[in-house]
Design a protein around this ligand. Structure first.
Ligand code: C5P
Length: 227
């Protein structure tokens, strides 16, 4: 079978990464979670005092972008790649609610997006890749052979994210998580720079009422038709 590029976009917590990981494993493709890259930049901004509640030194962050090195390193025990920020494994830190609170503000900056999109294009140049995010089918890989756009209601998504955070031992309330999901949806769809939109040629999957297995099978059938 020929190797293709699979772009998966959609709102937060629609199960994009679960589907993308399953597909990558089944097909022997590379999986890239672009949200992790934006999250790592947000973490860097927090660690270096560029962003706090009600404070954001955009120029300072942009000026320091050349010093930021992002890498994915495959962890064979977990079966997927983990995010490294300047040689440090930040996989856990980037998934906290604090990072979620700032990430969409950081992702609005055109210099941040330019840096990450360039690295993402480079990672996909040999195809055989499943990448998930917000602008993969529209900006990063406009020529991807398969584009999926995932949706689900905000309440369904907040419940999923809440369950994940509780399981990891975070003390959050459902209301806090729902508010964060809705705020990120708003910023992600309204920003002037690469807003989240469904690519014209993307296949939409509303997974509020689909099991993981049903989604996975449906997408595998689409891939069979292409390859
Ligand atoms: O996918 P995840 O929820 O981890 O993404 C975190 C945030 O990163 C999103 O809410 C969005 O603001 C930003 N993002 C983006 N473009 C991408 C991936 C993520 O703007 N391709």
């Amino acid at each position: 079978d020929k190797k293709i590029t699979i772009a998966i976009d959609g709102f937060s917590s629609t199960g994009k990464s679960t589907l993308a990981k399953q597909l990558a494993k089944e097909l022997g493709y590379v999986y890239v979670d672009t949200g992790a890259m934006y999250r790592a930049i947000a973490l860097f901004a927090m660690q270096n005092g560029y962003i706090k509640e009600d404070f954001f030194d955009k120029e300072g962050l942009v000026a320091s972008l050349p010093t930021i090195r992002l890498q994915f390193k495959f962890n064979p025990d977990l079966g997927f790649a983990e995010m490294y920020l300047n040689e440090v494994n930040v996989e856990k830190e980037i998934r906290t609610i604090e990072v979620s609170r700032f990430v969409s503000k950081v992702a609005e900056l055109s210099d941040v997006r330019a840096k990450l999109v360039e690295q993402q294009k480079e990672m996909g140049k040999n195809k055989g890749i499943v990448m998930d995010g917000r602008d993969i089918g529209t900006v990063v890989f406009p020529d991807a052979e398969l584009k999926i756009f995932m949706t689900a209601s905000a309440a369904t998504r907040a419940q999923r994210r809440y369950d994940e955070l509780i399981q990891k031992g975070d003390s959050v309330t459902f209301e806090e998580v729902l508010k964060n999901v809705e705020e990120r949806d708003y910023i992600d769809t309204h920003r002037s720079n690469s807003p989240l939109v469904k690519a014209e040629d993307a296949v939409e999957i509303d997974n509020s009422h689909l099991t993981r297995e049903e989604q996975f099978k449906a997408v595998l059938e689409l891939i069979d038709e292409i390859t």
